[in-house]
Design a binder for this molecule. Structure first.
Ligand SMILES: NC(=O)c1ccc[n+]([C@@H]2O[C@H](COP(=O)([O-])OP(=O)(O)OC[C@H]3O[C@@H](n4cnc5c(N)ncnc54)[C@H](OP(=O)(O)O)[C@@H]3O)[C@@H](O)[C@H]2O)c1
Length: 323
């Protein structure tokens, strides 16, 4: 932790703010608000912004970052921006052009972190989810170690400061870590993580290799049919979390964000609502007790909201492994 306690050092020497602003909006009508909410998030103190080619908002998010630099609120080096390599660009020769496309949309010279969004290679082309005439996802066969070498080259070229992965299980991480001639280790693995899916084994594995676990869906995910399993209980309505929140005069949302930071996890919080964006930055204003932490650990029930159903059947589908 740095003195402010708000950033952690990555294994390549760069620092990542422990709280990130998630920009993925699943409601079509709200997507156009990415510019406004990202600007607002920076104004209230967020310094880490998470997006992806998939979210199709990098133009607006980049514009928000540039406008907050232009008006003197921040300098470029104060902002930690993450983008993600989409599944149709995992062939090594497509990696750099994909990052360059994101940079062009963002109108930035570099990103701070570029991560493989999923270990699920799909047929290259314009379609985000390429399907055959029977509606079946068209997968591609790519050695993820070769994709990784292309990411290493992007880091060397200065297009990204750090490189990492997302939605990898420990075996897929191990494959990269054991790759002959590995130049850079992944700095992070971004995965779903919250009190109903505490990921202790994957977290221990990551910590033992100096890889930061970045939590998405930390507030219980956006409950959108087809993407999230709506039969699962609503995280922020959990009575135990509500009682801990009440005891600290905080909200359940702040409790689940604080929980991650105290266990050494970098946490993303998505909101397109100004009141809640402002609320989420207050995660630094209180502390959970060791007993609270233990109680929250006890809520784990291995509930994965984001089942990534589009990837079921893919040879690299990550969630068939225990962790
Ligand atoms: N790598 C991956 O595969 C992957 C997958 C999913 C997400 N992500 C990243 O992680 C980010 C966060 O994950 P997520 O989008 O699934 O959602 P999340 O952070 O779990 O948030 C879920 C919902 O909680 C609501 N919320 C936010 N603050 C709140 C508060 N203080 N009180 C009550 N409700 C609150 C938000 O709704 P309102 O907007 O209405 O406030 C939001 O839609 C994404 O935006 C994206 O950047 C990555």
């Amino acid at each position: 932790m740095d003195p402010k306690g708000q950033r952690v050092k990555l294994n390549d020497g760069h620092f990542i703010p422990v709280l990130g602003f998630g920009t993925a909006e699943t409601k079509e009508v709200l997507k156009s608000e990415a510019l406004e909410v990202t600007k607002f998030a920076i104004e209230v103190g967020f310094r880490h912004v998470d997006s992806a080619y998939l979210y199709q908002n990098e133009e607006q998010v980049g514009q928000a970052i540039r406008s907050k630099i232009a008006d003197g609120t921040v300098k470029r080096q104060d902002i930690f921006y993450t983008s993600k390599l989409w599944c149709t660009f995992l062939r090594p020769e497509l990696v750099r052009p994909a990052l360059e496309k994101s940079l062009k949309n963002l109108q930035l010279d570099y990103v701070d972190l570029y991560i493989i969004h999923f270990p699920l290679a799909m047929k290259p082309g314009e379609e985000l989810f390429p399907k055959d005439e029977n509606g079946k996802l068209m997968v591609d066969s790519v050695d993820l170690c070769h994709t990784w070498e292309a990411l290493e080259k992007c880091k060397d070229a200065g297009l990204t400061k750090s490189i990492g992965v997302s939605n990898f299980n420990h075996k897929q991480l191990e494959k990269i870590l054991n790759k002959p001639g590995l130049k850079y280790k992944p700095v992070c693995n971004q995965v779903e993580c919250h009190p109903y899916l505490i990921q202790s084994k994957l977290l221990d594995f990551c910590k033992s290799h100096d890889i930061v676990l970045v939590a998405y869906g930390s507030l219980g995910s956006q409950r959108i049919k087809g993407w999230v399993n709506l039969n699962h209980p609503v995280l922020l309505e959990d009575p135990v979390l509500c009682a801990i929140a009440k005891k600290h005069k905080q909200t359940p949302a702040l409790v689940v964000l604080r929980y991650q930071i105290q266990r050494g996890v970098v946490v993303l919080a998505k909101s397109y609502n100004k009141k809640r964006i402002k609320e989420n930055i207050k995660v630094f204003d209180f502390e959970l007790t060791p007993e609270d932490m233990k109680t929250i650990d006890g809520l784990n029930r291995n509930i994965r909201y984001n089942e990534i159903l589009f990837g079921a059947g893919h040879p690299e589908f990550p969630f068939s492994e225990e962790y």
